[in-house]
Every structure is written in C-alpha cells, then in structure tokens.
Design a protein around this ligand. Sequence first.
Ligand code: NDP
Ligand code: HSE
Length: 438
Amino acid sequence: MKPINAGLLGIGTVGGGTFNVLARNAAEITRRAGRPIRITRVADKNLDLARQVTAGRAQVTDDAFAVVADPEIDIVIELIGGCGIARELVLQAIANGKHVVTANKALLAMHGNEIFAAAHEKGVMVAFEAAVAGGIPIIKALREGLTANRIQWIAGIINGTTNFILSEMRDKGLPFDVVLKEAQRLGYAEADPTFDIEGVDAAHKITILSALAFGIPMQFGKAHVEGISKLEAEDIKYAEQLGYRIKLLGIARRRAEGVELRVHPTLIPARRLIANVEGAMNAVLVQGDAVGATLYYGKGAGAEPTASAVIADLVDVTRMHTADPEHRVPHLAFQPDAMEDTPILPLSEVETSYYLRLRVEDKPGVLADITRILADQGISIDAMIQREPGEGESQTDIIMLTHVTREKNVDAAIAKDRGAAGGQEEGDPAAHGRAGLR
Ligand code: NDP
Ligand code: HSE
C-alpha cells in the first residue's frame, strides 16, 4: 500500500528518538498501521545533526516552512518546542491541510484553543499523546478508555525532571544543581529548565488533562503554578521522618463551584503507590465515578519513551487515512492480513526464575550434590537459605532462588535431585515449589 509521508520538524532528543524508533520497528508499525509510515523530510536548524541522525534516509533542510509547504507531506511532526516558530509552523501546516503530530505541551496549553479550532475548520487531526507524561498513553485513556465516566479528579507526577531531582536528592543526598545537570544530560529537561523546576511544564500538562477530563477549554493562565525551587533537603528529610514523600503533583479537581487547577509540591503518605514513583518515571491517577481510581505509570521523558507516543499518534492518523474504513483500528491491533503465525511456547520452554524448596537429609554432601545437579542443568543459584533442623529431626529444608533458566531444566534437575536429596517421591509437591517472576 502507498506509504504515508511525514515531515519531521526538529530532530533533537524526541525527534531523533522518533526517527530511530520508526526506522527500527518499521515492519511491525506497518503491520499495525496498514501502510508504511516514512519520514521523508527533516528540518532542523542544526543540519549536521540532522544529517548524522538521518544518515541519508531522509531529505534534510534547515527551512521548516519548506517541509510544511511540501505537497508530498501528509503529516507534519512538530518537535521543535516553544510557542514561537512552532505555533506558526503548526498553524501553517493545518492551513495547508496537513495532519499534525506534536509533543509540544507549552504550545497546546497556551494556544491549543486556537490550534484545535483551526484544525476543526480544516478537517485535519492534531494528535498530541506525547505532550503529557511521555510514553504513557494517558491522552488515549482519557479521551477513549474512560469516556463512560464523569471524571472527578486527576493527580499526577507529570514532570520527569523534578521527580528525578527529588528522588536523587533524597536517595543519594546529591545537591539540586548536580542532579539538574544530570537530568539535562539525559534529555529530560526542557530547553529552559526553569519550566520544569518552577512547575510550568507540569502546569502545561495538567491544563491539557483538565480540558480532556472536564470538557473545558485550555486555561493555563488560571492554573496555580509552584515548583520545587524553594524546597530544601531538610524538607525532604522531615517529610520522610513523618512518613511522607514530597512529590510535585499536577492536580485537576472538579468541584460543584468549579475546577481546581494547580501544581505544587505535595506530601504523600510513603506507603501509597504514587509516593514510590521514582526518577524520571511519571504516574497519573484518574478518579472516575464509574471506574473508581485508575493509575497510569511509565517513563515520562526521554528520547524513545516520548517517541513511542509520537509514533502511536502517527499510526492513529495513518489508520484514519487507510482506504478501507472497516480496518482503520483493527480488532486485534494488527491489520488482518498482517497477522503472523508465531508459535505459543509450551511451559517447558518458559524462561523465568524459580523458587525451589527441597526437603533433604541433614548430612554432609547433600548440598554439594544438589548444586552439582543444578549446575549440570545450567541452573545458577541467585540466593539460598537452609532452615535449622528441629530437635531430633534428621531432615531439613533448603530454599533456593535461581537465576533465569528454562522450565525443562528445572524439571530435569528436580527429577535428579530426588535421589540426591534423600529419596523423595517423584512428583511429591512438598519436594519442590516454583514461583513465577521474582
Ligand atoms: P530539543 O531541543 O532536543 O530538540 C529540538 C530541535 O529543534 C533541536 O535540534 C533544535 O535545534 C531544533 N530547532 C529549533 N528551532 C528550529 C527551527 N526554527 N527550525 C528547525 N529546527 C529547529 O528538544 P526536545 O526534543 O527535548 O523537545 C521537543 C519537543 O518535545 C518540545 O516541545 C518538548 O517540550 C517536547 N517533549 C520533550 C520531551 C523530552 O523528554 N525531551 C518529552 C515530551 C515532550 P537547536 O538545538 O540548534 O536549536
Ligand atoms: N521536561 C519534561 C519532563 C519532558 O521532565 O517531564 C517530558 O514532557
């Protein structure tokens, strides 16, 4: 089928990730989308970088408007960032009848009302899964999965940089500036990192989520925005002593009188799941009246996690383009004619770690026999404990956790172990047990 052509504007952290993941997983993505998706043109101010990443696989320019004007381009992917040139490019792309995919939360929170109105007028899509919580499909969850619900509130760790800073300060006692530099090096931070630190980026994101959850326009200007710059290491320590963790939360809550829209550091009881979201990970809790609370967790920043969301949007737009309307969103995710006959493996071929409990005679040489039998099957031991035998007992328990191995190796070892471990009956469930992944 005829490929769909995309023009990429900005091949920095997210643009580079998008180009690479799309190339790496091209065959699988085509099986899902129903047509190949190709980035045929790339615009970046940094031509050397663009040439290096594309390595001859796309036409490169430093004129983003030329890409937006190209009649061969079906989808424009805006990954430049900011509200200046990016706004002009997106509006121009829409005016030219092109679909747009963007990760630019600042642009949508500030100018989304204008952009969506223009897209509505022109009958094109503006897709923005990557704009909130990186690789987590929270936009799809709110817009599609939770449509039955009256959403009551959303609370999320939606800025990876600040969560990374808070985690590293608490766990490693590192100073703020050092951790921020590391977040920048890892590609998590915004071009202007004060957007992260002062809560502006999280406020852009919660503004977008509030619009999707409550059916209200983007109202970034009315959000309360407070970051982590005034927090000190002592606050983190004292909160810990009181049994809390400090997290920068974006909160949108519907009340009878209106909507609370706020970003600020928040004390969360340490035992809560969301309090244990560490590093650049994000988590979003959504409370709906029918479903109750649902939690979405994953990588909130970085090249490939964000690319994952950008490409999901590309596939969505492509499916919309697919000629046969019945196959736009395939029932089983892949197009019916692209299904593969990959075998389901029998249990004996399953690879995992195992928990083994062996009832053995408490006498010299037994442990050596067991470890030899395991070694013969290529099974390596991760951890082991031996129970002290009770008074007058001649037998005891040895408990082992193995490294990853195959079920059939464990079965073979257990069969041999029975003799060495003191003559347990074959198939005696007390002689062994197994647990799935650790
Ligand atoms: P980068 O700064 O890494 O990449 C942006 C690229 O665009 C740079 O190569 C930049 O070149 C180029 N550029 C700037 N101006 C122009 C122009 N006029 N024409 C062509 N190219 C231009 O940013 P990110 O990839 O980190 O972010 C991109 C977008 O994705 C932003 O909206 C950001 O908020 C969003 N985002 C980022 C995430 C992340 O983890 N990094 C996660 C989710 C969303 P130069 O460097 O020379 O200026
Ligand atoms: N700077 C953002 C963050 C990137 O740290 O979460 C992802 O939107």
